[in-house]
Design a protein around this ligand. Sequence first.
Ligand SMILES: Nc1ncnc2c1ncn2[C@@H]1O[C@H](COP(=O)(O)OP(=O)(O)OP(=O)(O)O)[C@@H](O)[C@H]1O
Ligand SMILES: [Mg+2]
Length: 228
Amino acid sequence: MKIVFEDVYKRYKIGKVDVNALNGISLTINKGEFVCIAGPSGSGKTTLLNLIGCLDSSTTGNIYFDDYNITNAKEKVLEKIRKEKIGFIFQSFNLIETLNVFENIEYPSIGKKVNKKELYERIENFLKEIEITELKKRFPNELSGGQKQRVAIARAFVNQPQIILADEPTANLDSATANKVISLMKRINKEQNTSLIFSTHDYEIMNMADRIIRIHDGKVKGEEIKNG
Ligand SMILES: Nc1ncnc2c1ncn2[C@@H]1O[C@H](COP(=O)(O)OP(=O)(O)OP(=O)(O)O)[C@@H](O)[C@H]1O
Ligand SMILES: [Mg+2]
């Protein structure tokens, strides 16, 4: 899915004060691209990811998925897009405390027509690749931050979405683990043409991306295209 932002503004109101989190963002992210959104704290990275993820709506401006303008779409339509096309890795993980690791990863597939055998195989393979197989029966409160982060990553990929959005996906990982996890994500990006859109401060990730979009005060301040 191609994503197009056309002069997008996002304004939050706190009491009488307006916070302009996004100030006229225009950008295009092509299907299968690996893009990093970089910028200082408060520059609007999470806000941007939330809009792409249909978790929030813009104040003004248009957002297109392929040629479909999602700006005024009904919540039901947005929910369908979220469920079918997008995988999220949140800054705060958002794991379900009452489900164990395996169940957390399986969760986005519940209620969907999926082949359970294939799904379980996919989950087992993923657990192995990110080295958390032995943790699969544990609950989130029994995991370290980096382990939770890897569970959140596996959960985002389980339904093979077209777009993966990740907010600082390696913030809690040591550099060796981060490298492994990002290499795996990059491989999936290449094999399945999954778009990866990450907010990050991590130069190692930026080096692996196709493109870096720099934002500042809610505006695009520049971009850098990588050779691969
Ligand atoms: N729900 C909200 N209500 C009010 N203001 C908000 C809200 N969410 C974000 N903001 C403000 O919008 C601006 C952009 O925030 P955002 O979370 O997008 O930044 P960020 O680039 O993700 O920062 P960080 O690197 O610290 O995660 C900030 O000034 C922030 O205080
Ligand atoms: Mg953020």
